[in-house]
Design a protein around this ligand. Sequence first.
Ligand SMILES: C[S@@+](CC[C@H](N)C(=O)[O-])C[C@H]1O[C@@H](n2cnc3c(N)ncnc32)[C@H](O)[C@@H]1O
Length: 278
Amino acid sequence: MATEIRSAIDFYDRHPISADIIRAKLKASRGHLDKVSPEELYPHDQDHYGGLAANEALAALLKVGPGDRVADFCAGLGGPARYLAHSYGADVTGIELTPARVKGAAELTRLVGLDSKVRVVEGNVMDVPLPDASVDAVVSQEAFLHVPDNARVLAEAYRILKPGGRLAFTDWIAHRALSKADAELMWQGMAVTELYDLKAYRALIESAGFTVTSVEDLTADWAEILKVRLAMYIKLRGEAQAAGTASGHDAFYESYVRFVALVSEGALGGGRFAAVKA
Ligand SMILES: C[S@@+](CC[C@H](N)C(=O)[O-])C[C@H]1O[C@@H](n2cnc3c(N)ncnc32)[C@H](O)[C@@H]1O
């Protein structure tokens, strides 16, 4: 297995949010796990910046409607996939690399009774286990930063989309090249591979055959979101250290602090892209 792929799996295997932790939190707050609604999972199962509003923005670009077949690339615990199924009536297949997340996604989807409309299958988005021209839309959130060959991912999105099908996703952006030390820190702490600026990303999407319909710079929004998330993370980490319990993994912490600084300086940021297969 390629080093980049192994590293992404290791990173998500150590991720502080898992299906077990979500279930434990729900059980502690409501006393049992009967009749859990999809809405009750949303505070926990969305592993991207901007929560449900970020899903809404992508759904609008994708024009998702009832019965649409959607592929969610790098689906994680299936939070956005369940949201698109529950709120828009879509039929969603998630593709997810990390086996523990595939298992967790199935457990959470069953818990909220959405298993007839949502499935997360184990797979690599560089080699998607879906037939040609089989979906109406492809979505993804903050995941391609881990994938070593994004040209291949975009070619796979193009292959599985029906003619007229839509692609919309968010990802990390590098507005300027990182120093060697910063690139190494992002790789060691968060399994970050190659990053592009907005222009280069647009060109990559076009090279896969798509017509790009919008490119948005989310950097200013992310800078605000990240400041709040980092403050919360530091507080929890401090509390865990004071209590002598597990306080998270140091390489992640160091790279996360630097990532937030790089986003507020405008060196790194986020982009939202939409495109259509003509
Ligand atoms: C930041 S999480 C996003 C999860 C989900 N999109 C969400 O917003 O909740 C990134 C996910 O990408 C997955 N991933 C990384 N590389 C992948 C690959 N090559 N193929 C499929 N999934 C991958 C990781 O295992 C992780 O679950």
